[in-house]
Design a protein around this ligand. Sequence first.
Ligand code: SAH
Length: 215
Amino acid sequence: MSATVPDSRMVALIMALRAAGIVDKQVLGALERIPREDFVAAGFSKRAYEDRALPIACGQTISQPLVVAMMTEALCLTPRCKVLEIGTGSGYQTAILSLLSRRVYTIERYRTLLREAEARFERLRLRNIVTRLGDGMEGWPEQGGFDRILVTAAAAQCPQALLDQVREGGLLVAPVGPPEQQFITVFRRDGDTFHQRQIAPARFVPLLGGVARTL
Ligand code: SAH
């Protein structure tokens, strides 16, 4: 880990997250320890501590800090959790997950994004992250069941392959619904049943099948 960011902008961001209803101290602590400016494109570092999504390479976005915090809180992570993340993107959410769980498996369909994210994990000495270039809609069957699965791209419905890879009693958090009506949804596995709960409206880039041909 690099030094904590001794930055008033970070302090202001954490206060804004608290004001917006994030109460989990572990989650707030993890956000405080990961320097978001290392994850945004060069021209955007001045805006890294604003509570907004920002563009990254390949036409994708780094999620808004409040959304990262909400989804992480909804996952109820423990240090024993084995986590699967779909949509590595910048790797920012992955880094937060890595501080709060045993191991994070993360899948991205753009090679460029994955390589950049891997370099960031290396720089921050985050050693419990395993990456894969591939189609996250298929999950990571060799490693399932997962205690937790987080999807950071939106689909009309949660892919069945991902639900199948949640262990009994485990949780999956994903933005679900049509483009203008997505909701961050929590699925809890109870045998073959999944109890669903919508926690907030959202606006994510789409979950797309296959590995990207470009980049
Ligand atoms: N958590 C990321 C958010 C990135 S945006 C961050 O904080 O930076 C969502 C990402 O999901 C994009 O990088 C996109 O390329 C990726 N994605 C979309 N469909 C995918 C799929 N089927 N498999 C893997 N990654 C996918």
